[in-house]
Every structure is written in C-alpha cells, then in structure tokens.
Design a protein around this ligand. Structure first.
Ligand code: HEM
Length: 209
C-alpha cells in the first residue's frame, strides 16, 4: 500500500535511537514495537473511552432523574464522569512483576512475583468510598479518589483527552436528547476480559428535543 499522511505510515517510517549509546544511527521500529504502539492507541486510547461512555449512558438510562438534572445543571457533567470512571473502571485490571520484596495489605509479595492490580475492585473499596461503594452516586465524598486512570509513573497519558471526549459527548447528548430509554435488547453483558471492562452492547431509544 502506498505511504499516506496517516498514523500507520508515521509508525512505519518513524526512527528511534538505539539502546546502545555507542551506536549513533537511528533505527526503524521493529514489528513488536509497532504493534505495541498500535495496540496502545486502538485499545488504551479508543476502547476504554467508548466503554466509559457506554457504561455512563447505561447508568443514566437507569436514572432518568440524573439525566434531567444534567440538562438543568451541565456544570455537573465532570462530576458525573468521575463517578462513572470510578464505577465503570473500563481498564479493570493490569499486571506487574514485583521489583523487590514488599508487603501489601499484610500480604508478603516476594520479588519476581506476578501481581494483578484490580482497579475495578480498588474503585469500590468501602474503606475509601464508604458502605455504598457499589452504588453510582456522583455526590459521594472522595469521588475523585478513584484510580481508574492508574497511579504513579504510569498514570494514563490519555486521561485529559478521555475526560474531554466524554465531557463533549455528554454536553452534546444532554443538549440534543430530551430523554431516552434503554432498549429492551440490552443484556448488561460485558466482553469476556478480566482486564478490560467493556459493555458488549448499550442501545438507547432517544426522544429528541
Ligand atoms: C476511560 C478511558 C481510559 C482509561 C480508563 C484508561 C486507563 C489507563 C490506566 C489504568 C493506565 C495505567 C496502566 C499501568 O499502570 O500500566 C493507563 C495508561 C495509559 N493510557 Fe489510558 N486510559 C484511558 C484512555 C486513554 C486514552 C484516550 C489514551 C490515549 C489516546 C490512553 C493512553 C494511555 C497510555 C499511553 C498509557 C501508558 C502510560 C505509561 O505507561 O506511562 N489512555 N490508562
């Protein structure tokens, strides 16, 4: 296929420095590096935000009062998005390898252990969010203490983009869609993955303004 002014062509033609500081020539990305970047953009940067928006519409479809309130008070949208991030946790979990012997919650973790960090569980931790952590309640205390975008050095690079995309979508939807109901064909199922929490279908029947 002919090179074009698009993302794939940029990835194919990009060059990087060699790991070896003695080698000054730059090299193209190898196949594993190219696929890793594409996976990051397509999955990390796309599926997660789509899942957030889908889950948020499902939550609001079950709460018409909250939808009406968002129309009256659009300044409430960022708050509702934070609670949806906490509740939906589209990136449900991630793995790590412990670099040193450590201890977490009273459990010894030897260096070299494979560890699965389950954001979706941490985001419903009653010790942080209270006894109703399972509920969707945008006005809760500590709403911003979720870790849906991770924590520390690897904190999500796309968090501001994702928040902006979801905010713009919600501003437009609440402006254009007077009210809606969830279609009968919604089965509440999620794609079979422990790491990504993606609703397989969210369909709505809007009543336009
Ligand atoms: C609701 C949407 C999103 C969620 C829930 C989410 C979640 C996360 C989480 C939990 C991490 C940390 C992974 C780790 O600790 O290893 C992460 C990292 C990352 N995310 Fe997102 N993400 C979202 C949207 C995006 C978008 C829109 C982009 C880019 C367009 C993006 C790009 C990245 C990148 C590049 C990293 C790696 C950062 C690093 O390792 O330094 N994400 N994301």
């Amino acid at each position: 296929m002919a090179p074009q002014d698009d993302l794939l062509t940029h990835i194919l033609t990009a060059t990087i420095e060699e790991d070896d500081p003695e080698v000054t020539d730059r090299r193209p990305l190898d196949m594993a590096e190219m696929l890793r970047i594409l996976q990051m953009i397509l999955v990390a940067g796309n599926e997660t935000t789509a899942a957030l928006l889908g889950d948020l519409m499902r939550l609001l479809g079950e709460r018409p009062d909250e939808w009406a309130r968002l129309q009256r008070e659009p300044e409430r949208i960022p708050l509702v998005i934070e609670e949806a991030l906490r509740h939906a946790s589209p990136n449900g979990a991630i793995w790590r390898i412990a670099a040193t012997d450590t201890e977490l919650g009273g459990v010894a973790i030897p260096a070299g252990s494979r560890v699965i960090i389950t954001y979706m569980s941490a985001n419903r931790d009653e010790a942080v969010f209270g006894p109703d952590a399972e509920e969707f309640r945008p006005d809760r205390e500590h709403v911003n203490e979720h870790i849906a975008f991770g924590f520390g050095n690897h904190y999500c690079l796309g968090a501001p983009l994702s928040r902006m995309e979801t905010r713009v979508a919600m501003e437009e939807l609440t402006r254009r869609v007077q009210s809606f109901r969830l279609s009968d064909d919604n089965d509440g199922a999620y794609a079979p993955s422990y790491f990504l929490r993606v609703p397989t279908r969210v369909t709505i029947e809007p009543l336009m303004a």
